[in-house]
Design a protein around this ligand. Structure first.
Ligand SMILES: Cc1cc2nc3c(=O)[nH]c(=O)nc-3n(C[C@H](O)[C@H](O)[C@H](O)COP(=O)(O)OP(=O)(O)OC[C@H]3O[C@@H](n4cnc5c(N)ncnc54)[C@H](O)[C@@H]3O)c2cc1C
Length: 440
């Protein structure tokens, strides 16, 4: 059968993170598709290095890159900066904060997750999350400003509060952040202050369950805990937070902790856009899609990345990590290409049932614990300590080369690592003193 000229299919991708960007890249320069990628920011963010920004080892531009620039060679891809506010699956339209209504033939929802508070959204006002560049900058600003205030104040109790950092959540984000903060404060900044003793600064990692890094092997969790304790981090297991107030945490056992910096790394919540799709979500707002990644009742709408909660075609759990998001973006692009290839063939009527199903290729996971140590788990391979840290470093350096192509970033990072002198310690827009905080 002769192939007919047809208008390109409109593919609308929401989110230029790992999943959305991969899908757009793979559909790039395929003129059967007219792709529009919408993101509320103008950059793709490498979240795994966010805590390096929070702890002043890297500057924000080092881990983010213009989406427009990444896709500039893909002539059929239009990048728009807009925040999607609603989706109508039946009308096949999406509405942005700009008021623009976008229509689509295929929709790829890849808007990721934000910090989640298990239904206690009022806690957000008193804690810092670590999901975006501005979150990382807020943490850095808060911690550096608190140290400056502690150096100024003569009120002993206030100084103690200023020198207490509470991190809630003993998963990879909490572990990596607490280790890096302990390194920053106890090693790097120790010679910088005259009035305060930085060795007295408390970094407290609070975890509800008996182990930190629950998804690792128990002996790796134990190793991570010991390692953090050596760095000076207090690890509090089996401590359930029941309330977050201004500068205070309350626990189930009736105790409380005063801290002028509270970081919440205990939960995630999927983008609220998942609610518009009219399908069931879990408590975090995530969707369990069909095995081809489309959603129930809407074969033209796909979800990918952190806003899914699913097992793959081999019944393997798909975690919320960057490689899984990339693989999902890739899967959807292949599926769409295959879908068009089948058109006009004898298989066209069965194209839905012939769709490829998603298979997750597990590349393992790793978490860094301060300088010189990490835990790594990939299949049967388990590694703890220095060599795991070297593996972590190589993978992230490789990423930085491919990502930003800035040798200067590598040199700056290597310098701050080797010399214990982080480069990005300038406080821009320090928070104003409140009356109560103003030093005497
Ligand atoms: C601190 C931290 C450390 C991590 N470390 C690791 C690690 O070491 N290894 C690992 O594999 N994974 C790690 N992860 C997880 C990994 O980053 C995520 O799994 C991955 O980013 C998910 O990709 P995604 O495409 O689903 O979403 P994201 O990468 O979050 O992208 C979502 C995109 O959607 C955009 N967006 C959201 N809402 C809207 C809207 N309404 N309108 C328009 N655009 C919107 C956002 O701006 C963003 O660009 C880490 C995550 C964090 C936060």
């Amino acid at each position: 059968m002769a192939s007919k000229e047809r208008t390109p299919r409109k593919v609308l991708i929401i989110g230029g993170g790992f999943a959305g960007l991969e899908c757009a890249r793979r559909l790039g320069n395929d003129d059967r598709f007219e792709v529009t990628l919408i993101d509320r920011t103008n950059h793709h963010l490498f979240q795994p290095l966010l805590y390096q920004v929070a702890t002043a080892s890297l500057a924000s531009p080092d881990i983010a890159r213009s989406i427009r620039q990444i896709l500039h060679n893909a002539k059929n891809v239009t990048v728009l900066m807009d925040e999607v506010k609603s989706i109508s699956p039946t009308k096949k339209t999406v509405t942005g904060a700009s008021g623009t209504v976008y229509d689509f033939d295929y929709l790829v929802l890849a808007a990721g997750a934000k910090t989640g508070f298990f239904g206690n959204d009022q806690w957000e006002a008193y804690s810092l999350g670590l999901k975006s560049l501005s979150d990382a900058q807020d943490i850095r600003r808060k911690i550096l400003s608190n140290l400056e205030r502690a150096e100024l104040t003569t009120d002993y109790a206030e100084r103690e509060r200023l020198m207490t950092i509470a991190i809630v959540g003993g998963g990879p984000t909490g572990v990596e952040l607490s280790g890096a903060l302990a390194d920053l404060i106890h090693r790097t900044l120790k010679s910088n202050f005259r009035r305060i003793d930085t060795s007295k600064l408390r970094v407290i990692l609070i975890e509800n369950s008996p182990k930190i890094l629950e998804h690792y092997d128990p002996e790796q969790s134990d190793y991570a805990k010991e390692r953090l304790q050596k760095l000076g981090v207090e690890v509090w297991n089996e401590m359930r937070v029941t309330n977050v107030l201004e500068n205070r945490l309350e626990f189930q056992d009736g105790s409380s902790l005063d801290a002028k910096a509270i970081v919440w790394a205990a939960g995630i919540a999927a983008s609220p856009l998942t609610r518009d799709l009219g399908v069931d979500t879990d408590r975090a707002g995530r969707i369990t899609p069909n095995l081809d990644l489309s959603i129930k009742g809407h074969p033209d709408i796909f979800v990918a990345g952190d806003l899914t909660n699913m097992r793959d075609k081999e019944d393997k759990f798909v975690p919320g990590v960057a490689p899984a998001a990339v693989q999902m973006g890739d899967h959807i692009s292949k599926l769409l290409k295959e879908e068009l290839r089948l058109e006009g063939t004898t298989f066209a009527e069965r194209k839905q049932e012939l769709r490829p199903l998603f298979r997750y290729n597990d590349k393992g996971m790793m978490a860094i614990i301060g300088k010189n140590a990490a835990v790594l788990k990939a299949g049967n391979l388990k590694m703890n300590g220095f060599f795991a840290w070297i593996a972590w470093l190589l993978i992230h350096i490789l990423f930085l080369i491919g990502f930003s192509n800035k040798i200067s970033v590598l040199i700056g990072w290597a310098f701050s690592y080797l010399s214990n002198k982080p480069q990005a310690r300038i406080i821009v827009h320090p928070p104003a003193f409140t009356d109560a905080e103003h030093p005497v």
